[in-house]
Design a protein around this ligand. Structure first.
Ligand code: SF4
Ligand code: SF4
Ligand code: SF4
Ligand code: FES
Length: 945
């Protein structure tokens, strides 16, 4: 293995279809119009020296190293800023050019510390390389003049340093922060010789607006901005291309290694989801895999009151299998079940559901997608015929109007958020429907055209009111609807939304949205060119989550915004493999490819390959498992990679359910909250230690590759095989690629997927089959998967969760950039520097009414329970609405959320809880219990060390 080096073409690819011919150093070249001469030269392998250029950034032309000569033109223009022209003849290597370049390099080197041998970038420095490329052998100016070599270092960022003395002021970092990340945290302060890169208003990186995405570090050609891991370990010597295991964007990285030590994660430019960019989590927050609290040996105990006992893998697996068998013999076949993980691979998820159906003999399998995007599956399959987003991420480049509903892309899906911001800076229009002023409402060089701050729980009313305007103002794309949709159902829907009770004016009393703005937003969506909808958990996690997804699907069909690039309906999936977990048959009523277990032909197909008889009754959903456990009919659970106690709503009910079971097997990296109720703990494996695939929010199937041996001894897929074998249902796979081959045999949308194809193409978007051998970037082109698009009525039904004198505020929840989900991974990294605890955001007016000051401990109470956390007074909130995250178990935010859920899918209503907030002295009983449990977990980790 060697280091994967991607070519840097110097300037971005031109998208022009017109081709231009020219000659460079005697070679004929044909490139798209708009290509720089530098890039044209690179296309034929001629690398013109450069320092300030990078193909991730627009050309800047400051270093003067890339000069060229063009026959018939005066001077020596910069090749990075000079576009090709028909018939020109270019020379890149003349005596004059050589002398100029040497002179430029002499100036740079005369003001640069001469510590190459001990520099952390030695061997990985473009300045060093260019000195060699131009043949610099002496510096005539000497090193004694005025220089910057004594300037200090900023080491405030936990992951990288800024060593000013090595800066050549090429501006690449500043441009990366602006153009790629869109944060505008860096500037060049001072002038001329005094020019320096500065974070914010001469702040440290940590205290500035910097979000630690690392784009500047990646762009820096010198050691000025450098990963601390590289400074500590040294330069890498081989790399493995893999996929981030955090969010549903699915960024591809080169894991750069020295031996079996991970030196750094470098975003991969060929990654089709991220195009060379990343966020702080994927690039830097991988340290959890080696955290001292990680459990590496299996453990068992006969009662949850007992301490854990470390045992061999054989013993742990045998104990788990015998317990499940005992329970089934005593309480019946359907008394046990399992939960798959959206963090694990497709292959692992597929095996867990196969184990439940094949070895347990029932369909009691569900997934954490239940608690996030199950309404997406329901709503989109009902209306369009398939349970997934319609576009690829590249589609945003063709979008003219972006409608974001209940999503916060800059925090939840940061790399896609950056791509969205870029498109907005290019002029796309923006509508945001969200109770909070999320960053996109106003962020540097981006401002939403309309922000509709609705009351939590009124999505259906707002989206139906948008449809009302579109229908009643004659903005329907009738040609599209007639050709592509069920006409009778459209007419019924149009008559329904046109009713006066759905007008913006009528719904204002409960949505709180200004009708004038709502009307203007509807007009913009319907008439503003290619319009695309992006939505998140702020849509799905409601009692009417499925209805809102349907309402969104209706809106796109009515305006013809579906079935081509630049438009569509795009659920922004939360976890890395939430799409894959759904695709792989993790729901109790569906086998892989969303085929119902009651369908005889589907069952027969699986029975033939799996060699078992399958249950034709749908199994229990997660909340029903807890209900059944409390009722005494559900007694055993296998949970892979999921902390249901922390992530599911109404913690007290979940605890009661877990506490009533006789055998819980938890397979995870850490002793999570659910493990407090477990009898068997099987140590899980991090994404760095196993092979497999993830499927991201654009249906893109991507490889994850093993970069080091499993620290626990087994990949998660191997552990499931061990358990299945011990249960008497043999599984025999030598490698995850064989599992994928079986998935492809059994799943119509995956028949063309294989590891060989993924290795060749990098990634592929399902459906990938005989009809689409290279996958499907955009769905529903020319026709919906279900045939004709189906409009459905979307009656607004207020949630049963109501505010009143006792609980007058509405709590809504979300996530922040630096933390991920329940925080099990990110809390065990330096990311805590940005978010050490969950806080309650509260509007100044609501805070003042309650005598709450910024930073005060407050008690947050609902009908379900209470917790305490610190208050953050914030004008992002509307009066009457409070907000928190659930990244830290000590907060136990889900003690407060209720058991209300989506009518169609049981997705919990996390986004609407009636609460009261009052000053408090400190943590609640729950939090004290948690502290006790954490101490036990730390004791075990220390004992293991
Ligand atoms: S790390 Fe990202 S946000 Fe911070 S300065 Fe660099 S590019 Fe900007
Ligand atoms: S910090 Fe690096 S990228 Fe930024 S101006 Fe200096 S040398 Fe260039
Ligand atoms: S967390 Fe998401 S956006 Fe960040 S690097 Fe990973 S996949 Fe990309
Ligand atoms: S690379 Fe062209 S001027 Fe710097």
């Amino acid at each position: 293995m060697s280091l994967v080096h991607e070519i840097d073409y110097g300037t971005p690819l031109s998208k022009s279809e017109k081709l231009v011919n020219l000659t460079i150093d005697g070679m004929k070249v044909q490139v798209p119009e708009g290509t720089s001469i530098m890039r044209a030269a690179m296309e034929v392998g001629n690398q013109i020296p450069k320092l300030c250029a990078s193909d991730m950034l627009e050309a800047f032309g400051s270093c003067r190293l890339c000069l060229i000569e063009i026959e018939g033109r005066n001077g020596t223009p910069a090749s990075c800023t000079t576009p090709v022209a028909e018939g020109i003849v270019v020379k890149t290597q003349t005596e004059r050019l050589k002398q100029i370049r040497k002179g430029v390099m002499e100036l740079y080197i005369s003001d640069h510390p001469l510590d190459c041998l001990t520099c952390s970038a030695n061997g990985d420095c473009e300045l060093q390389d260019m000195a060699g490329v131009v043949g610099l052998r002496e510096v005539r100016y000497g090193y004694q003049g005025e220089n910057h070599t004594k300037l200090g270092k900023d080491e405030s960022n936990p992951y990288f340093t800024y060593e000013q003395s090595k800066c050549i002021v090429c501006n690449r970092c500043v441009r990366a922060c602006e153009e790629v990340q869109g944060t505008f945290a860096l500037t060049i302060s001072g002038r001329g010789f005094g020019s320096r890169v500065s974070a914010g208003m001469s702040e440290t990186f940590l205290s500035s607006e910097c979000v630690s995405c690392g784009a500047c570090v990646q762009a820096c050609p010198t050691a000025t901005l450098n990963e601390k891991s590289m400074i500590a370990i040294g330069t890498p010597e081989h790399s493995v291309v893999t996929t981030c295991a955090y969010c549903g964007v699915g960024c591809t990285f080169k894991a750069e290694m020295r031996g079996d030590e991970l030196v750094r994660m470098v975003p991969y430019k060929d990654g089709k989801a991220n195009r060379g960019h990343s966020c702080v989590k994927g690039r830097f927050a991988y340290g959890y895999a080696a955290h001292k609290e990680r459990i590496l040996k299996p453990m068992i105990r006969s009662s949850i009151q007992d301490p854990w006992t470390e045992v061999s893998w054989d013993e742990a697996i045998a104990y788990a299998a015998s317990e499940f068998k005992r329970i089934q013999e005593k309480y019946g076949r359907r008394s046990v079940g399992g939960i798959t993980s959206s963090r694990c691979t497709n292959e692992e998820t597929y095996l867990v559901q196969k184990l439940i159906r094949g070895a347990f003999g029932n369909n009691n399998v569900d997934t954490c997608a239940r608690v996030c995007h199950s309404p997406t599956g329901y709503g989109l399959s009902q209306t369009y015929g398939t349970s997934a987003g319609t576009q690829d991420f590249d589609s945003i480049e063709d979008t003219d109007t972006i409608l974001v509903i209940g999503a916060n892309p800059t925090d939840g899906h940061p790399v896609f958020g950056s791509r969205m911001k870029k498109r907005l800076r290019e002029g796309a229009k923006l509508i945001i429907v969200d109770p909070r002023k999320i960053d996109l409402v106003r962020t540097p060089h981006v401002e939403a055209d309309y922000h509709l701050p609705l009351r939590p729980g009124t999505n259906v009313a707002v989206v139906t009111a948008l449809a009302h305007v579109i229908v009643t103002e004659g903005l329907v794309n009738e040609t599209f609807v007639r050709e592509r949709c069920e006409w009778d159902e459209f007419q019924e829907w149009a008559a329904f939304v046109a009713e006066e009770r759905h007008s913006p004016e009528a719904v204002e009393k409960y949505t709180g949205v200004d009708p004038v703005k709502l009307r203007a937003a509807a007009r913009l969506y319907a008439t503003g060119g290619n319009a695309a909808i992006y939505y998140g958990l702020g849509v799905t996690e409601h009692s009417q989550g499925s209805t809102t997804v349907i309402a969104i699907a209706n809106l796109a069909m009515a305006t013809g915004n579906i079935g081509r690039k630049g438009v569509g309906v795009n659920p922004l999936r939360g976890q890395n493999n939430v799409q894959g977990a759904c695709d792989m048959g993790s729901f109790p009523h569906e086998l892989s490819g969303y085929r119902h277990v009651s369908d005889d032909a589907t069952r027969a197909l699986f029975e033939g390959v799996w060699g078992v008889t399958l249950d034709d009754e749908p199994g229990l959903r997660i909340p029903n498992m807890f209900d059944a456990a409390v009722d005494g009919t559900f007694k055993g659970l296998y949970v892979q990679g999921e902390d249901i106690l922390q992530s599911d709503p109404d913690t007290r009910h979940v605890s009661a359910g877990l506490g009533a079971m006789e055998c819980i097997v938890v397979q995870d990296l850490f002793l999570n909250e659910t493990a407090n109720f477990a009898h068997v703990f099987l140590p899980g494996c991090s994404f760095l230690e196993k092979d497999g695939t993830f499927t991201n929010a654009e249906r893109r199937i991507q490889r994850i590759r093993k970069v080091m041996a499993p620290k626990n001894g087994y990949g998660d897929w191997e552990i499931t095989i061990l358990l299945s074998n011990a249960l008497g249902y043999p599984m025999d796979y030598a490698h995850p690629s064989e599992i994928m081959d079986e998935i492809a045999r059994l799943t119509p949308t995956f028949t063309g997927v294989s590891y060989q194809k993924l290795n060749e193409m990098g990634s592929v978007q399902w459906p990938c089959n005989a009809a689409a051998p290279e996958g499907t970037p955009v769905m529903h082109i020319g026709g919906f998967v279900r045939g004709k698009g189906k409009f459905m009525l979307t009656e607004y039904v207020p949630t049963d969760e109501r505010t009143g004198p006792r609980f007058p505020l509405l709590l809504t929840t979300g996530r922040i950039l630096s933390q991920y989900n329940v925080g099990a991974q990110t809390r065990r990294t330096e990311n805590v520097a940005w978010h050490p605890e969950d806080v309650l955001e509260i509007h100044p007016h609501d805070a003042e009414n309650r005598g709450i000051r910024d930073g005060d401990y407050v008690k947050l109470e609902s009908r379900a329970g209470g917790t305490s956390l610190k208050a953050k007074i914030s004008e992002r909130m509307s009066p009457g609405v409070v907000y928190t995250t659930f990244h830290h178990p000590v907060t136990q935010a889900n003690v407060v959320t209720t058991d209300f859920s989506d009518w169609a899918t049981n997705c919990p209503e996390y986004k609407v809880t009636a609460v009261q907030v009052a000053p408090s002295n400190g943590p609640s009983q729950w939090q004290e219990d948690y502290e006790k449990r954490s101490r036990e977990s730390r004791r075990i980790a220390q004992a293991a060390e």
